[in-house]
Design a protein around this ligand. Structure first.
Ligand code: MN
Length: 432
């Protein structure tokens, strides 16, 4: 067994390196130490299913043949790995950007760059491995945190190149500002205190929300951080800030939500801005703050219906085949459409199976190409009801390791939701 682990008090660079390890060493189990930094906790709680971390207790150390250590090279910084120190015939691989410590590795990738993830990204790029926007976002968080947004003097050109690569891979800067703490200075503090003094809570559509209004002069950095802190202090499900710049006659609207049902990205998109379910913003010109406040309240009220519809993101009409369609016809159809699988339905659009390229491996003889697909299709199909959310769909995909789920309404298939549909929605990558 191969395992990958990193240091206790895990920060974003360590977490990013751990996930990068699973890309460079497919099949190796990522072991997350028991203690992680506070700002990492909320990120992990949202993305837990996605990365499949193990705790040190879940690993049978006597079965470990290879230990991959990332972002540290010191035994005492590892969690639950001490017995391995004396283990014979253990291969150790080390990726680190700290000076040599006491872990003697068989394979070492060490370089004194700003963030450890930089070294690993270079290898991922060299091997042309694919990374998702979520992974790219996490890697960029690690990179920014360990380099102080490229301001620490330990930052190297390699770090900046790695950042460029991650932005090309669609790292989401909104996600970064949600989880990383940015500069919080005197100005931000004054605004936060002022907001708290006038804080009001209201219950709308079953959610507790707070809308703060402030006049500001000129551009103020890190207002999103202020709003994040405000939401935590006022302790509401969602907080909104309307910051009016009287000189320029603009209103900056920022939202932060702590519950997935209340989709900030959707609310901000309706005002011409953008974001993802947890955070977003919009800039409105010549608009009365009263009107903006009403708009927010209306959107929160209507949110329950609008945000949960899978039908907004699913693909349709969906290509289906019948049970007696021949394997050959299906094979041709898949080649033409570039799909990896297609649902099999009866005369009334009830899903009775799914046939994918994977099922074709069961075919042994050429005359079987003329068989009906029902001979080879999988009959236990995971489906989802049309009124579930994109996040529900994403969870099902992760749980069952499938990339597409038929969407069902009144027992009939009305569309199909793919992994990329769910991710596009979640990470606000939908084209405008
Ligand atoms: Mn580091």
């Amino acid at each position: 067994m191969q395992i990958i682990t990193t240091h206790k008090g895990t920060d974003f660079d360590a977490l990013a390196s751990l996930v990068a390890g699973t890309i460079l060493y497919p099949g190796a189990k990522p072991v997350l130490p028991g203690s992680v930094n506070p700002n990492l906790k909320s990120f992990i709680s949202i993305h837990k299913d996605l990365f499949g971390f193990y705790s040190p207790k879940e690993i049978k150390l006597n079965e470990v043949g290879t230990l991959i250590v990332v972002d540290t090279n010191s035994w005492k910084r590892l969690d639950g790995m001490a017995p391995l120190q004396k283990k014979e015939k253990l291969k150790i691989i080390n990726w680190d950007h700290h000076p040599q410590g006491d872990i003697e590795a068989d394979e070492v990738y060490r370089e004194e760059v700003g963030a450890n993830i930089t070294i690993m990204i270079r290898e991922i790029e060299r091997q042309r491995k694919l990374i998702t926007p979520i992974q790219a976002s996490l890697f960029l968080m690690g990179l920014y945190e360990d380099t102080g947004n490229m301001t620490f003097t330990s930052t190297t050109p390699s770090d900046a190149r790695a950042a460029a690569y991650l932005l090309e891979r669609r790292a989401d800067l909104q996600i970064l500002s949600t989880f990383l703490r940015h500069a919080y200075g005197k100005k931000q503090k004054e605004i936060l205190f002022d907001m708290i003094q006038h804080a009001q809570r209201q219950e709308i559509g079953g959610y507790s929300i707070s809308i703060a209004r402030m006049d500001i002069d000129g551009h103020i950095q890190s207002l999103s951080v202020v709003l994040q802190m405000y939401r935590e202090i006022v302790d509401v499900d969602a907080a909104f800030g309307i910051f009016r710049d009287t000189e320029r006659d603009t209103c900056m609207v920022i939202g932060r939500s702590n519950i997935e049902q209340l989709n900030i990205g959707m609310i901000m998109r309706s005002m011409g801005g953008g974001g993802h379910p947890g955070a977003g913003s919009a800039l409105l010109k010549s608009t009365n703050p009263d009107v903006i406040e009403e708009m927010i309240i209306e959107m929160v009220k209507g949110n329950q219906q609008s945000s949960v519809m899978l039908s907004d993101i699913m693909s349709y009409p969906v290509v289906t085949v019948f049970e007696d369609t021949t394997v050959e016809e299906v094979a041709m159809m898949l080649r033409e459409t570039g799909c990896s699988g297609v649902p099999v339905v009866d005369n009334e659009d009830h899903v009775v199976g799914i046939i994918s390229r994977r099922d074709f491996r069961k075919i042994r003889k050429t005359n079987q190409m003329q068989y009906p697909v029902k001979a080879f299709m999988s009959r236990d199909v995971i489906t989802i009801e049309h009124n579930k959310s994109a996040i529900d769909a994403a969870r099902l995909m992760i749980k069952h390791d499938i990339g597409r789920i038929p969407v069902i309404k009144n027992g009939r298939i009305i569309g199909i939701v793919t992994r990329s549909d769910a991710m596009l929605y979640f990470y606000d990558l939908l084209p405008d």
